[in-house]
Design a protein around this ligand. Sequence first.
Ligand SMILES: [Zn+2]
Length: 394
Amino acid sequence: MELVGFVHKYEWGKVGKDSAVAQLATLNDPAFNVDEKTPYAELWMGSHPSGPSKYKSSGINLQDELPFLLKVLSINKALSIQVHPNKSEAEKLHSKLPNIYKDPNHKPEMAIALTPFTGLCGFRPLPEIRDILQNIEPLKALAVEDPNDLKLLAANDESGLRNCYRKLMNAEKNAIGECIDAISKDYTKELYKHNIHEIFNTLKSDFPNDVGVLSLFFLNVVRLQPGQAMFLGANQIHAYLSGDCVECMACSDNVIRAGLTPKYKDIKQLLSSLEYTGAPAECKIFTPVRVDAHRLIFKPPVEDFSLIQLTLKPSDLEYVLKVEQSPGILLVISGERYLESYGLDKLKLKRGSIVYLPFESDTELRFLPAGEGEHEFLAYISTPNAASSCKSNV
Ligand SMILES: [Zn+2]
């Protein structure tokens, strides 16, 4: 059940062999040729109609409807600041504006870093936003209408954030451009203090006059090391800025955009959907559950998907994994192993292998040593989430 993934060449992707997407696609599909001038942004694994995977043996598209889509992303240039509606909002938006909101589903997402990864996620603690506004005069002029909003922010009152962010998002394009220029001239000290000078300059040159550049002062910058994850639930504001990651999400295209994009920004919908809670950046790192020395489970509070991370040293003996939920997709990031299961031929797994696991729940997968390879075997397996363990949180 080996699959060939679908590659998307969006312009924000990393270019040529520098892209983890290109590296994995080359190993996944011998017919795939990397062009050193082309960006390779996303590798899709699943049955989404915009990029279905194919069976390697027959070339036929994977038809089974999966509740999730597994991806690898290689990011060179920031993706738009966005939120995803919850299920009931998605249903309403889809029936009202089907051209923009293409399906009635929610789109929770989980990103696990493959290389050092930077993203924006959620609002900063409200008192911190208050201090930033207080110290950066041009930003205060643009975002603060009533001085009382600063007091509300200091007192951790969400209405202060709601008012200031609304004012900022509705600012005129010229005023936004002037504010960005003034900050880069006169407030570099503030940029260094919050360790965002580099990101600020990159976004400023990639997205001139875009309000998303100023969102940096409202949103947490989250830096993930390989293996660390963040989970983006409904109406959590976020943007991916740089790095490579494995991403799993519910099967949907619903995005409400807020900046760092030439695409349509639905500011009104965004402001009414957003969750206006402040929290420190560290809180945005998602903690997986350790099952044993080799296995971690990233289990978000939604039914659509969970992710298993499996690591085995070349010297480790056979490892048996019972996949509790079905169907699953397995992606190998590094190392080599043989995979055995009931009624299947032994399959050699290596970097770039993508395997569809349409088994009954509780089928045993046996990972056997595969020779002298010196790299640690690292694989991610996405499956639906066990409903019983997450229902209370939905
Ligand atoms: Zn998103």
